[in-house]
Write a protein that binds this ligand. Structure first.
Ligand code: CTP
Ligand code: MG
Length: 380
């Protein structure tokens, strides 16, 4: 079944103390963690982002980096109104409505909701309540809730699109005041949601301290990779660094375009995910890779990482080259790498070092690059 995800990120974050959707979480805006999760889930065909009016300027860049993102639309005054705006764009028969405030959504949870939709029109992930729950009566507590009868509701909530549309129609003006999709459908159409196991780590960022809690959980999944490369220098060859041709009397010798920056970077990326190295993945005796421009290796490595659920957070590269100086070219190289990695340029660092006239670098015999990549691995 064709499936659309509607991610709502148009709230005002009053309890957070301001809009939270663009708050950095491990250097990535909060809402982008959800975009990544749905972009990379094979069961999701398109994504619609409902985004606060003052963040609409981000739409173009987001659509470039998340190809499934079909539309970015402004939200409404309530969550229900925002979902309704997103629903207008939905093409799928099934819709997953997800709060951008839940950046920890796992593929396995999305799987469970999708599986449920094969049989039921409204499917909601829930987690049990571990604590004792009591009623507040003025200044004292009274009675106790039977925990076995209650559950905490999460997103994504899955609904057959025609059912959700009908519920909005039926509920009329009141529709936008329902707290979530299951509540709306239950009241408007009398259809009850079916629970599937939620995920205790699929936390919602509501208060500022929630962001730290989520960040601490995510940090467990951080991994770092290191890469190195070196090529000889010689006349009559272009000097390619990070996919940019840097004007130089000496160029790098070797297979393909001998781009040490990309080669070191690819090794760092593959190393962080512990999935081999550039030589093993792209053997130069394989005609497919022979003389391929290095950017192809980087694109392939990025695809591989994405498929395995890794996200690149940051890369740092040092180029050892006697002449020319790297600094005048650093921004162009950073921009080029950022585009290929699908991250913003402020997450890509490129620095140059000379050999101070000493050693193979100083004698202009070689160019070298060291790279460190920081990634977030898939949810265990
Ligand atoms: N949301 C929305 N449009 C609204 C209200 C909420 O798109 N008018 C979205 C939020 O951006 C969030 C999700 O719905 O991703 C869940 O809402 P909540 O956590 O309550 O976020 P806020 O409404 O922004 O926060 P608050 O209630 O504290 O103001
Ligand atoms: Mg709210």
């Amino acid at each position: 079944m064709r499936t659309s995800a509607v991610i709502v990120a148009a709230g005002r974050g009053e309890r957070f103390g301001g809009p939270k959707q663009a708050q950095p979480l491990l250097g990535v805006p909060l809402m982008e963690h959800s975009l990544m999760a749905f972009q990379h889930h094979p069961g999701v065909d398109e994504v619609i982002l409902v985004l606060a009016e003052d963040l609409q300027a981000l739409a173009e860049d987001l659509q470039q980096r998340y190809p499934k993102l079909q539309a970015v639309v402004p939200g409404g005054a309530t969550r229900g109104a925002s979902v309704f705006q997103g629903l207008q764009q939905v093409q799928g028969e099934w819709v997953l409505v997800h709060d951008a405030a839940r950046p920890m959504v796992r593929a396995a949870l999305i799987d469970r909701v999708l599986k449920g939709l094969e049989r039921y029109p409204v499917v909601v992930p829930v987690v049990p309540v571990p604590d004792t729950v009591k009623y507040r009566r003025g200044d004292h507590l009274e009675g106790q809730v039977d925990r076995s009868e209650i559950a905490l509701v999460q997103t994504p909530q899955g609904v057959w699109t025609r059912i959700l549309r009908r519920a909005y129609e039926r509920a009329g003006d009141q529709a936008i005041y329902f707290s979530d999709e299951s509540n709306l459908v239950e009241h408007a159409l009398g259809i009850h949601a079916v629970p599937v196991p939620g995920d205790p780590e699929n936390l919602k960022v509501t208060f500022p301290e929630d962001l730290q809690r989520v960040e601490a959980l995510m940090t467990r999944r951080m991994c770092v990779g290191f890469g190195y490369d070196r090529h000889q220098l010689g006349p009559g060859r272009p000097l390619m660094l990070g996919g940019v041709e840097v004007p130089s009397d000496l160029g790098a010798l070797g297979h393909s375009d001998a781009d040490v920056v990309i080669h070191a970077l690819v090794d760092a990326l593959l190393g962080a995910a512990a999935i081999g190295d550039i030589g093993a993945l792209f053997p130069d005796h394989d005609p497919q890779w022979k003389d391929a421009p290095s950017r192809i290796f980087l694109e392939h490595a990025c695809n591989l990482l994405r498929q395995k659920g890794f996200r690149v957070l940051h890369v740092d590269i040092t180029v050892l080259l006697e002449r020319p100086r790297i600094r005048p070219h650093a921004l162009e190289i950073r921009q080029n790498l950022a585009r290929m990695l699908g991250i913003s340029v402020d997450r890509v660092s490129v620095k140059g070092k000379s050999g101070e006239g000493k050693g193979p670098v100083g004698r202009r015999e070689v160019v070298e690059a060291y790279a460190v990549a920081t990634l977030v691995g898939p949810m265990p």
